[in-house]
Design a protein around this ligand. Structure first.
Ligand code: NAD
Ligand code: MG
Length: 329
């Protein structure tokens, strides 16, 4: 179901605890506060989030204290720290019939958190980073949100999830109903196959192909990395139609005849494998084990990525394009 009709009424008398004050936490807390709701930010005393939330004019408390008495607890810390936070600060303190809200379904869907049976479990996932959720709200708009209900102990989970989505501005744009499985699996697939994993590999393979054929790394950088933004912006703003409208006929002919040779049936087979590993929990199991083992492989792979020659070339070229990183941005 798609809905845009939602108000904050169901949370008007509620106390809302926002745990974590990062990308999403800050945006949600400020938007809810300015929507007239009672917000307390649960952060570690003396931490960066504590100082910033206070400077933003919000009430702060240690996570466990913020949870006590709250009618809705939003868990907006990094996914991997949520299970310990749930066990230590939330489960012992959350009121019966209160709502536990997530912005990503990972921990609930993959059983890393097994919420108490006497609380509501809901999800509001804005389709954009926190900075955008905040900026659009300030302009009087909102970012579309997915919402879902996993557990309805109070009988009022639906009113609460819609009110929260309205409070952060999502209802000004669009609210799309989903379920924890769909949100979690599609989010992971998107970032692995297309957005983070797929796009960066495409860039690197293209860059390496040109450099190995003897072309200058600087020229390869422009063709394979820098200009990607122009195309992505066209797709983002107006889909395939706008992209076709703004690139040359030669580019279109090359796209239509060569694109499907680069990204082909073999790629589709790999995408299906990646999706299968997400759906049967193999990816989640691997990532949780890696995190618990201290992230040795993760850090090594990231280091290799950052040591790629494209990074050196990029650093030098971007230094001559100051408009890419305006001061204060
Ligand atoms: P983030 O890394 O930007 O911020 C996390 C915050 O949690 C920080 O303020 C950090 O200091 C705090 N924190 C860390 N450990 C803590 C602990 N033990 N106790 C209390 N606070 C702690 O995180 P984020 O990107 O805003 O992600 C939060 C949630 O939102 C995640 O579930 C994520 O999947 C989801 N989400 C993120 C985005 C996005 O664009 N960033 C979009 C949709 C959903
Ligand atoms: Mg996502």
């Amino acid at each position: 179901m798609t809905t845009t009709i939602a108000t904050t009424d169901a949370l008007k008398q509620s106390k809302i605890a926002i745990l974590g004050y990062g990308s999403q936490g800050r945006a949600h807390a400020l938007n809810l506060h300015e929507s007239g709701l009672d917000v307390v930010v649960g952060v570690r005393a003396g931490g960066k989030g504590w100082t910033q939330a206070q400077a933003d004019g919000l009430r702060v408390a240690e996570p466990a204290d913020a949870v006590k008495g709250a009618d809705l607890v939003a868990v907006l810390t990094p996914d991997m720290v949520q299970p310990a936070l749930y066990a230590e600060a939330i489960a012992p303190n959350i009121k019966p019939n209160a709502a536990l809200l997530f912005a990503h379904g990972f921990n609930v869907h993959f059983g890393q958190i097994k919420p108490r049976a006497d609380i509501d479990v809901i999800l509001v996932a804005p389709k954009g980073p926190g900075a955008l959720v905040r900026r659009e709200y300030e302009k009087g708009h909102g970012v579309p949100c997915l919402f879902a209900i996993e557990q309805d102990a109070s009988g009022h989970a639906r009113e609460k999830v819609l009110a929260y989505a309205a409070g952060i501005g999502g209802a000004r744009a669009m609210l799309i109903e989903t379920h924890f499985a769909e949100e979690t699996e599609t989010d992971l697939f998107g970032e692995q196959a297309v957005l983070c994993g797929g796009a960066t590999e495409l860039v690197l393979q293209g860059f390496e192909t040109l450099v190995e054929a003897g072309y200058k790394p600087e020229v390869a950088y422009y063709e394979c990395l820098h200009e990607l933004k122009l195309i992505v912006d066209l797709l983002h703003e107006g889909g395939l139609a706008k992209m076709h409208q703004f690139v040359s006929e030669t580019a279109q002919y090359g796209d239509l005849t060569r694109g499907p040779r680069v990204i082909n049936d073999e790629t589709r087979t790999r995408m299906r494998e990646v999706l299968a590993e997400i759906r049967d929990g193999r990816f989640a199991k691997e990532w949780v084990a890696e995190y618990e083992a201290g992230n040795g492989n993760y850090n090594a792979m990231k280091q290799r990525d950052l040591a790629h020659p494209i990074e050196q070339v990029g650093l030098a070229l971007r230094a001559r394009m100051p408009w890419l990183n305006p001061a204060g941005a």
